[in-house]
Design a protein around this ligand. Structure first.
Ligand SMILES: Nc1ncnc2c1ncn2[C@@H]1O[C@H](COP(=O)(O)OP(=O)(O)O)[C@@H](O)[C@H]1O
Ligand SMILES: [Mg+2]
Length: 347
């Protein structure tokens, strides 16, 4: 278990990279830290690892306060984006290196390196240098080195981002299976929402050094707590439309929709609908947003249709064969929606 209590880190120059971060990560959990570049993910991971000292707050690993301990005494293994494997060492020596630092006897080092290499399909490559490996193989050497230490937690900083798209998907599935088998607590940093959704048991969405929302992938996807999370999660961005409450109903881009309780007359809201939950009607409907088809993007199994509706754009995913022609009139009818007031989700 990893517990972070009120962690704050302000870099010289004034950047507040961590701002009162509270977090508990359970034993064996695959936990993703997700957020845009510069939001503090790496700083948080380095603070857990002990490579960065917090300005205030505490880090505990398995109930032990490690805030003042150096990295080597925290029993965690970190894998970096650039792998940080040693070019002048063989795969075997790279994997065994942290064990050598810990003064594990030579025979045991060799045995463990071979065992981990076998598990990651690296046995044939033990004698090679990193320059003689593909990107995917280098990535597995970095993983193997972390696993060989048998740490109580893995800390991964965007370990898949240097792989090309196809290999990245393979590595993702491999990593998830491996983490399940080893059942080691894992903190995985990524700026890629699809990666976080696919891998994690729970996700923390970060912005400007703060935790904006912590939840399961389903919770974060279905009920983003703020418009920031709503805009960040999902492979096609959520429609976030301006609307107003009038006479107990919501008026959104020409459609009249049911209003949630608690809205006052004239309140301005943001109406959130994922394009996957937007249906296009060919006939006029009072609850549909009228618009003109401006763009049709092929998604392979369907298409993403963009309607121009006044000064707002509305997007809908339509199934294969249901693509409208450009310039056609359509009504976009939300099947599932969320209402945000002052940027926060209304219940
Ligand atoms: N050593 C440093 N000195 C000063 N500012 C830093 C340092 N490291 C990171 N920062 C700043 O802290 C913020 C968070 O950085 P980082 O944790 O690397 O973000 P992320 O990993 O989410 O991209 C950024 O604004 C970055 O410029
Ligand atoms: Mg980073």
């Amino acid at each position: 278990m990893i517990t972070l209590r009120s962690l704050t880190k302000v870099f010289p120059g004034g950047v507040r990279a961590l701002d009162a971060v509270d977090l508990t990560i359970a034993d064996g959990e695959f936990f993703a830290l997700l957020g845009p570049s510069g939001c503090g993910k790496t700083t948080l991971l380095r603070t857990i690892a002990g490579l960065e000292a917090p300005g205030s707050g505490a880090v505990a690993i398995n109930g032990r306060d490690v805030t003042a301990l150096p990295p080597g005494r925290r029993d965690v293994a970190m894998v970096f984006q650039d792998y940080a494997i040693f070019p002048h060492m063989s795969v075997r020596d790279n994997i065994a290196y942290p064990l050598r630092i810990r003064k594990v006897p030579r025979a045991e080092r060799a045995g463990r390196a071979e065992e981990v290499a076998a598990r990651l399909s690296l046995s044939e490559l033990l004698g090679r240098r990193p320059a003689q490996l593909s990107g995917g193989q280098q990535q597995r050497v970095a993983l193997a080195r972390a696993i060989a230490c048998r740490p109580s937690a893995f800390l991964f900083d965007e370990p898949l981002s240097n792989l090309d798209a196809r290999l990245r998907l393979e590595a993702r599935t491999f990593l998830k299976r491996l983490q399940r088998e080893l059942a080691v607590t894992t903190v995985f940093v990524t700026h890629d929402q699809a990666e976080a959704l696919a891998l994690a048991d729970r996700i923390a969405v970060m912005s400007a050094g703060r935790m904006v929302q912590i939840g399961t992938p389903a919770e974060v996807f279905q009920r983003p707590a703020t418009t920031f999370v709503a805009a960040f999660i999902g492979s096609t961005p959520m429609n976030l439309l301006r609307g107003t409450s009038v006479n107990g109903a919501l008026h959104v881009a020409g459609a009249v929709r049911a209003a949630p309780a608690g809205l006052g007359e004239g309140d301005e809201i943001v109406y959130g609908v994922r394009p996957e939950y937007m249906n296009l009607s060919e006939t006029e409907r009072p609850d549909g947003i009228p618009g003109t088809v401006a763009v049709v993007e092929n998604l392979g199994t369907g298409a993403l249709v963009t309607l121009e509706s006044g000064d707002q754009l509305v997007q809908a995913v339509v199934p294969e064969g249901g693509e409208p022609r450009l310039g056609a009139r359509r009504w976009a009818v939300p099947a599932r929606s969320l209402v945000y007031r002052d940027g926060a989700l209304m219940t």
